[in-house]
Design a protein around this ligand. Structure first.
Ligand SMILES: *[C@@H]1O[C@H](CO)[C@@H](O)[C@H](O)[C@H]1NC(C)=O
Length: 482
């Protein structure tokens, strides 16, 4: 009879018969699942409680599905004649502390097929008992590679491949805003060694800027990402071109006096004066000069005040990820290991710009994409960084926000802005001496809101990309605006 059959039948007997000593000792397994990496070692510990000498007992490890004898010890030595072939030469019984009932099994190297449920079983002439536990085998595959093939007009096909994953990984295509793109194809095939090979492709149009292929190990919640800047690779930068196009539309709109383009631009002119509605809001004090600046010349005049804004990593909350030459911030579930220096936000998930303004006029833009939560604007350089923060002028913040599908100026009280279409990119214009901070919708050059106050302390750009959620995946990005 095979040893594990003996084990099961005596276990049944012990339930029926009051064996001397039965039930006095318990076998304690490792508890939580053991996470084992392919190619590395795993140690499966088990012990008796209360402590007792197990040197003259049988100690056996089984894999439950598929059922296999992993290792058997009896009569003071390893008994490997019944050992399952798949575990041969890979197990080592650690019995240094067997006299106190503590043993362990070392398996090396771990293979994908080692994944599953196990039990360790102890038996003496007077008792038997066992513990069950789980081994989760994982392998984080190799960094994905993206290959670009041109597709039809205005389209291209990207293929992403990555081998050596276990278990079957999750695969996603995302754009720079964090939106998921629907793959054209996706296959995950198990290779002979049991590891998964991923191949996925996506078709993107030429308006895509940056595309990522993300492969995720579901056990370790670890991701590997390949990133391709489509515009950099194949086409000229698309986004600045769109902005230029929009700006020139605004310019063209003003150029109707020249007559030639009158018909085409008429519609654009009609949609421009969106700011008239907002001007009626009592708490908005408009600056006539600026309204004229924008209306007469689109954003071109404002852009002559353009500042090169970069994010200050020393101020970034530990859950914020800063990338792309410090022009990109998004919240992540992962907490970065960073010091809690005085400059850093520790509760409010914000980051400030490196730039510090205590005079003059300054302009920059923030690409907010499809995010559903954000705050952007300016704050006094000395704002509180620790604990919960209420973002309002009294606390030194002047910001615009999107929350619960509402655009708001975080004034006191807050002003709800009526904006018909989602904002994609916002221009921020600071006039320090005049005490004005104005916000513009970049694509159609329309005015959004102005704060009027008196500044007497240096100011810094303020960014809050909102919490991590599937709806709020994207980043706040500071595009180049010249
Ligand atoms: C054996 O027990 C000693 C003392 O508790 C401990 O330091 C040692 O790490 C144990 N050895 C193994 C292999 O668990």
């Amino acid at each position: 009879m095979q040893p594990w059959c003996v084990g099961i039948s005596t276990l049944l007997l012990s339930a029926l018969l009051p064996w001397p000593g039965a039930g006095q000792f318990r076998v304690i397994g490792p508890g939580p699942p053991i996470i084992a990496s392919v190619g590395k070692e795993a140690v499966l510990p088990c012990h008796l409680s209360p402590m007792t000498d197990a040197e003259d007992m049988q100690v056996t490890w089984y894999q439950i599905h598929p059922s296999a004898l992993v290792h058997h010890y009896e009569a003071y030595q390893d008994q490997l004649d019944q050992q399952s072939p798949k575990f041969q030469e890979r197990t080592e019984f650690i019995k240094e502390n067997i006299t106190t009932g503590q043993v362990a099994l070392r398996i090396f190297p771990i293979l994908p097929a080692d994944n599953g449920q196990y039990r360790c079983y102890f038996a003496s002439s007077t008792f038997e008992n066992e513990a069950q536990f789980t081994v989760l085998v994982t392998a984080s595959g190799r960094a994905p590679q993206i290959h670009i093939e041109s597709g039809g007009t205005g389209e291209m096909k990207l293929t992403c491949t990555s081998p050596d994953w276990y278990p079957e990984p999750e695969v996603q295509w995302r754009d720079l805003q964090g939106r998921r793109l629907t793959p054209a194809s996706e296959t995950k095939t198990a290779a002979e060694n049991g590891l998964f090979h991923v191949e996925t492709s996506v078709t993107v149009d030429t308006r895509s800027r940056d595309v990522s292929c993300v492969i995720r190990n579901p056990v370790l919640t670890e991701e590997k990402e390949a990133h391709v800047s489509v515009a950099d690779t194949v086409f000229p930068r698309i986004w600045p071109w769109i902005v230029e196009f929009v700006v020139s539309l605004c310019l063209v709109a003003v150029g109707t006096a020249f007559g030639v383009l009158f018909v085409q631009t008429r519609r654009k002119l009609d949609t421009l004066p969106r700011d008239y509605d907002l001007a009626q809001k009592e708490n908005v004090e408009l600056n006539e000069d600026i309204r004229h600046l924008v209306k007469e010349n689109g954003l071109k005049n404002l852009r002559s005040y353009a500042e090169d804004i970069t994010l200050d990593e020393r101020t970034a909350h530990p859950h914020l990820e800063i990338r792309e030459n410090r022009k990109y911030v998004r919240a992540t579930a992962e907490k970065r290991d960073v010091p809690d220096n005085p400059e850093r936000f520790d509760t409010h998930m914000a980051v400030l710009g490196m730039n510090r303004f205590s005079a003059g006029d300054h302009y920059w833009e923030v690409d907010v994409g499809w995010k559903d939560r954000w705050e952007i604007g300016l704050c006094v350089h000395s704002v509180t960084r620790k604990g919960e923060i209420s973002v309002c002028p009294e606390n030194g913040f002047w910001a615009l926000s999107l929350e619960n599908n509402e655009y708001k100026a975080l004034s006191t009280p807050t002003s709800i802005l009526s904006i018909p279409d989602p904002l994609m990119a916002v221009g921020i214009f600071l006039q320090y001496e005049k005490g004005l901070i104005s916000f513009y919708n970049v694509p159609d050059c329309s005015f959004l809101y102005t704060f009027k106050t008196t500044f007497n302390k240096p100011l810094k750009p303020y960014f809050y990309p909102g919490p991590v959620s599937t709806e709020n995946m994207g980043a706040l990005i500071i595009p180049k605006c010249q």
